[in-house]
Design a protein around this ligand. Sequence first.
Ligand SMILES: Cc1cc2nc3c(=O)[nH]c(=O)nc-3n(C[C@H](O)[C@H](O)[C@H](O)COP(=O)(O)OP(=O)(O)OC[C@H]3O[C@@H](n4cnc5c(N)ncnc54)[C@H](O)[C@@H]3O)c2cc1C
Length: 499
Amino acid sequence: MRTAIVVGGGMAGLFAANVLADHFEQVTVLERDEAWSPRSRPTGHTANTDSLPQAAGRSGVPQTRHVHVLLLRGVQVLRKRLPGLEEELLALGAPPLNWLKDTAALAGGSWLPRFNSNLIGFSVSRTLLESQVRERLHRRGNIQFRTGYRVVGLSASYTETATNGRRDREGGSNDTLVTGTVCTVGDETVTLHADLVVDASGRSSRLPRWLEDLGYAAPQESTVNADVGYATRWYRIPEGWQADWKMVLLATRFPDIKGGAVVQPVEDSRWVVTLVGYAGDHPPTDEAGFEEFARGLIGPQVWEAIRAAEPLTGIGGYRRTENHWRHYERLKRWPQGLIALGDSVCAFNPVYAQGMTVSALSAEILDDFLTRRGTRKRGPLGGVPLGPSSLAFQKKLAKMLQTPWQLATSDDFRWAGRKAGDASLIERFMHRYIEHMLDRIHRPDVCLAFFNAAHLISPPATLFRPRIALPILWEMVKNGSLQPVAKTTDRQKPEATSL
Ligand SMILES: Cc1cc2nc3c(=O)[nH]c(=O)nc-3n(C[C@H](O)[C@H](O)[C@H](O)COP(=O)(O)OP(=O)(O)OC[C@H]3O[C@@H](n4cnc5c(N)ncnc54)[C@H](O)[C@@H]3O)c2cc1C
């Protein structure tokens, strides 16, 4: 029987398990948390406490309490992979969202136009989304979940015969087969065997260490830290609440608007309100400071909303928001039977709301990869990817990650205080181009192009369609922002906020 193990039952692990179940007879998800967060929806809320189960979430994923927006590309993948899930979420009270009509969104200091479009998704708490996906996976029959299993290492065997002494393309010896995971369960240590191990254990993954234990090099890492802080509180939407928006998104603008916010409507008539501060200007987690920060935001909606609403939780902060990429794809040697995806490989500044969608897209790549391997090249493990091919997966994944990474880090580089000389000509051009684009965001065609790129629906190249690009480029020529002098803005440090 061919088996796979997934380390970590977060969104990346769940999406991966869902596709693995099409390729393996048995898939086991190992999760260190003792128990999943409560599925039952709360019947009574206590103001100013964290007694709201869906807000508190589970300890393994402390980000659960904060705003979690699923980009439309992610919704599209869910519709394809888990048909009917969207309807289940809507039936459980997740509000539908006609994105451009229902969202009051400020980007680059300009309000996005509001109009009807076919860009329709839904808004749901991370906890409900995760628990419903998990339930769907349970129903598949060949996915089992083991909670309270903390993976502490990989088990491996030497498999020169499996590779017939071949050297992989990169020249390294490819002689180790990952055969499973070593876990602690309470006081016990157990080894679980599988043909494929997928690491989806999140930002704090110990995979670099586990690889070193097997004699492999640790990966190079890229970090771009805009020093972003979150503060979040859940509210009950006041009865009879009237506003011309369902959701509010206030984005920051380099270098003068350091504070932003999201009001996300979720099931059970609640708002998740997250305040965001860049470059160390973090929103406070005490009540007075939180409200003061909300009052000072560039748009009035957030303060108007929370002033009228009943708080359901305390205020929780979050600071671990840097963009962080472990470049496994650059390694010369990689063991057989191992794959890594999700935040374990690349975690983004959450402001861009890309993590869950990128995890869903990573699972798509995994499916495609296993399908090709299974049909075209059945190895001694019966279609399980061998060493060089597992590394090939990491390379394919890295290719996909480039777009969300560029989207997330382009602006964050500036907030991080990178010197102008470090920014490439293309990056400086892109900063200018996007600024000019945001000046025109009131135009529906510009807004749609921007929205589709930000939601990972269309590649960034679509921002350069002639109708959009020509007037922008003409203006850039006229006002000289195509000249190298444009560097000077990049040198500016974030100034005191003008809020
Ligand atoms: C504050 C914040 C807000 C965010 N907002 C958004 C958003 O709006 N939209 C969006 O798409 N994304 C958002 N994200 C990102 C999103 O949460 C993740 O990118 C996405 O869920 C994929 O994460 P993951 O499954 O790879 O890791 P995680 O969600 O961290 O899950 C990892 C899992 O592995 C388990 N685990 C860890 N180590 C072990 C071990 N040794 N053994 C067994 N189990 C282990 C953990 O308990 C956990 O369950 C946000 C992130 C943060 C921090």
